[in-house]
Ligand binder design. Structure first.
Ligand SMILES: *Cc1c(COP(=O)(O)O)cnc(C)c1O
Length: 371
């Protein structure tokens, strides 16, 4: 008998990433492509981070320092938490994967998440052999907090909550998240509430809606953030989190020793120190969000209010989301169809820079006009 993968791996539906610029240039023979599909930073990467990458290029023959301690120290001081609670990973994707593996027993334990949700949660659970229990979002795309708690039981080891949510941009109130954490502690005392704040910096009132920024992390919760979005380092792969100390300790034991590489750590440190770029990013996203929201509404689309750097929308009556996606692709504009989230009528567009937003709205209006 030849070697063969586990059946659950052979049958896996892998993560569907946004299309890349190179793919579309080649497929349609285009020379200029605008990508508004993966919620990347509309201003690119901080000039200081780029400079750090160049400055450290001669160090790439070295192994990274174990434990990313300089970065952990910088993050601990940024958020005013103990360094022993900080974890860092190859994107927050790595942290999500490791938390599942550290906390849950394959074939015995379960995790609970929303339907739809960021697909890495259920995909990594499947890979690990952990049951994913799905709880539908409410009509307005709010998480069903009582429903999530109801599905948790004595074998629940993780519950995932994304705030602001992807793909809807919905942001629950902090008081509701805190009350949910408390209810969960009673219903499923062994469960860790994983609060994924990947887009939290873009929330208009971050201090009021974030556990991390507001300094109110429940004892049974972990908060995850990423440098892929607001810090413009998606290609470098750096995510981080604040965990209960015993789980952070287990994380560092289990993490591959060098998963965050030399350039990732150096650019992350430089990006954290670039307050001007960060301010410019937040301002560009806030302004672009207004422009896109108004433009989409003016075009007759249904728009969901977003606290993130993307907007979910639906075309006016009769418009086909997949046709719209294809037509924009032909014009060199990549947005995100939400079929892989089981939302075949919905589209998601990342907030771009001023020119990208304008080009997208023009192309969308052309498509709608021609139908
Ligand atoms: C983009 C995103 C992440 C971050 O992914 P990285 O691995 O850090 O690039 C995490 N959670 C959600 C919901 C996201 O959309």
């Amino acid at each position: 008998m030849a070697a063969s993968p586990l059946p659950r791996i052979a049958a896996l539906a892998p993560y569907a990433p946004g299309l890349s610029i190179a793919e579309i240039e080649e497929k349609y023979g285009l020379s200029q492509v605008i990508k508004l599909a993966s919620n990347e930073n509309p201003l690119g990467a901080s000039p200081l981070a780029q400079e750090a990458a160049r400055r450290n290029a001669d160090l790439i023959f070295r192994y990274p320092q174990g434990g990313n301690t300089r970065l952990a120290k910088a993050l601990a001081s940024l958020y005013g938490v103990g360094q022993e609670r900080i974890v860092i990973g190859n994107g927050s994707d790595e942290i999500i994967d490791l938390l599942l593996r550290i906390l849950a027993r394959p074939g015995a334990d379960n995790m609970v998440c929303s339907e739809p949700c960021f697909s890495i949660y259920p995909i990594q659970a499947e890979i690990c052999g952990i049951e994913a229990r799905r709880v539908p979002l409410k009509e307005d795309f709010a998480p069903d907090l009582p429903g999530l708690a109801a599905r948790a039981d004595a074998c629940t080891r993780l519950v995932f909550l994304t705030t602001p949510d992807n793909p809807s941009g919905y942001c629950p109130r902090l008081a509701d998240v805190l009350a949910f954490a408390e209810a969960l502690a009673k219903k499923a005392p062994r469960a860790l509430l994983v609060i994924d704040e990947a887009y939290m910096d873009f929330a208009p009132d971050e201090q009021a809606v974030s556990c991390l920024a507001g300094g109110q992390i429940p004892p049974n919760a972990a908060v995850l953030r990423t440098m892929s979005k607001s810090y413009g380092l998606a290609g470098m792969r750096v995510g981080y989190g604040v965990l209960p100390e015993n789980i952070a300790d287990a994380f560092w034991r289990a993490r591959l020793p060098f998963s965050v590489n030399v350039l990732a750590e150096e650019t992350a440190l430089a990006a954290l120190a670039d307050a001007a770029f960060r301010q410019a990013t937040l301002a560009a996203v806030a302004a672009g969000r207004k422009t896109l929201e108004a433009g989409l509404r003016a075009a007759g689309c249904e728009v969901w209010p977003s606290s993130a750097n993307f907007i979910m929308f639906r075309l006016p009556e009769g418009g086909s989301a997949s046709e719209c996606f294809e037509r924009l692709l032909q014009e060199g504009i990549i947005i995100r169809p939400l079929k892989s989230y089981n939302l075949p009528d919905h589209l998601r567009v990342s907030i771009g820079n001023e020119k990208e937003n304008a080009v997208f709205l023009q192309a969308l209006n052309r498509f709608l006009g021609q139908k």
